[in-house]
Design a protein around this ligand. Structure first.
Ligand code: 13P
Length: 407
């Protein structure tokens, strides 16, 4: 007689209704057959054992859904302190009620799922509900948006660094357990933001290696718990460097990063990259067109990012809403060899007009949602290379660049 064991139904098949040609696992299957099929699948993916094999197909599905054509990510994982800064610009106090009200406006925005495939949340938000008690996670699923979670614990000074401003990203302790709890709460992807700064004498190799090592360790750790890692090595806009220098640093960072990902057994098909575009520093006198930015960014990516990564979701880094959209559009209008989707995971460049339209007032909620939808639609078109500059409204004329930006 064959022994029967329970095989978990991979929830994304049910929840996200993704149409990939993957076989749905059966609820009960003979033990020998399950063991054999796991081994076969691991071999097919070339995975190193450790937990990731259980989630491999789900990870691929989630990553591909997030990077599907015409879609990108809404990054709303500002820490309590950072969202406080945003709210203060519209005269709203940083209380739990106000943070919840603002995020309720975002997550109940009908039609958002047409352009946005995932939303990155801060831990507090993942466990919050609407004023009338509907969990935010359910609201997001209702509008077709996959919930994600920021899992790093922020930047800290890098011990032994020769440059005082260099940092490393904390949060590996207890990450496995936290990731499992976030998965149980409904999150299906994660984000970890490491920061590299271009400055005289830097970035140092120590800072680059330490930050990339953390990203690789994080990525494999959350994959073992079923979360798609967004790998974010943010090369800051701070500085007066040229676009060529930015490209040089990014090439070094991404090459080291993917070498370490290979060492740590990261499953690239079930991961996403979140880089900055290749740009001159914020204080640089160099002026470059969106087309040059696109050319340099694609050159950098083609030299360093494996083809197995399904999506490259850029951060906005302080660009204005319109700049971030126009540059993304230019990127998608250049021929490239790289097969990835080039899309967005914008925080500031998706929220400025929305915040300014809201101003903390209930009667402005619909106007704020329209403003959000307009920028989401603009970036969706830019992902398809079809955005006409100026064709969607924006209230963000100055941009939000801030030296030494903390998220
Ligand atoms: P910005 O788009 O505001 O740069 O932020 C995105 C993000 O998630 C940074 O970690």
């Amino acid at each position: 007689m064959e022994a029967f064991i329970q095989v978990p139904l991979q929830s994304s098949f049910v929840q996200h209704n993704v149409k990939l040609n993957l076989r749905q696992p059966t609820l009960y299957a003979p033990r020998a057959r399950v063991a054999r099929s796991l081994t076969l699948r691991m071999r097919a993916w070339g995975l190193r054992p450790g937990g990731v094999e259980k989630f491999a197909e789900e990870l691929v599905q989630t990553a591909n859904k997030i990077a599907s054509p015409g879609h990108g990510i809404l990054a709303v994982d500002e820490s309590t302190k950072t969202i406080g800064k945003r709210l203060s610009t519209i005269g709203v106090e940083n209380t739990e009620t106000n943070r919840r009200a603002y995020r309720e406006l975002l997550f109940t925005c009908k039609g958002l799922g047409e352009y946005i495939s995932g939303a990155i949340l801060y831990e507090e938000t993942l466990y919050q509900s609407t004023r009338d008690g509907r969990p935010f996670v359910d609201c997001l699923k209702n509008i077709g948006v996959i919930p994600g979670i920021k899992v790093d614990k922020g930047l800290a000074p890098l011990p032994g660094a020769t440059l005082a401003h260099e940092t490393w990203c904390t949060g590996l302790d207890g990450l496995s357990e936290r990731a499992a709890a976030y998965y149980a709460q409904g999150a299906r992807f994660a984000k970890w933001r490491a920061v590299i700064q271009i400055a005289p004498g830097g970035p140092t190799r120590q800072a680059v290696v330490e930050n990339c090592y953390g990203l690789a360790r994080y990525a494999r750790t959350v994959q073992d718990q079923g979360l798609v890692p967004i790998i974010e090595p943010e090369v800051l806009l701070d500085g007066d460097h040229t676009i060529e220098r930015c490209a040089e640093v990014q090439e070094e960072v991404y090459s080291i990063l993917y070498n370490l990902c290979q060492q740590q057994g990261v499953f690239l098909e079930g991961s996403l990259l979140k880089p900055s575009m290749t740009l001159p520093g914020a204080d640089s006198k160099q002026r470059v067109s969106p087309d040059t930015i696109a050319e340099m960014t694609i050159r950098t990516l083609e030299r360093t990012i494996p083809a197995a990564v399904p999506g490259i979701m850029f951060l906005s880094g302080g660009m204005t809403e319109e700049e971030a959209t126009v540059n993304l559009n230019a990127l998608n209008n250049r021929p490239r060899k790289g097969p990835w989707s080039l899309s967005f995971s914008y925080g500031r460049a998706l929220q400025q007009s929305c915040l300014k339209s809201w101003m903390g007032k209930d009667e402005n909620v619909r106007a704020a949602q329209e403003a959000l939808l307009a920028r989401a639609r603009a970036n969706s078109k830019a992902n398809l290379g079809k955005y006409v500059p100026g064709s969607e409204p924006t209230l963000d004329v100055t941009g939000t660049f801030e030296a030494g930006y903390k998220y």
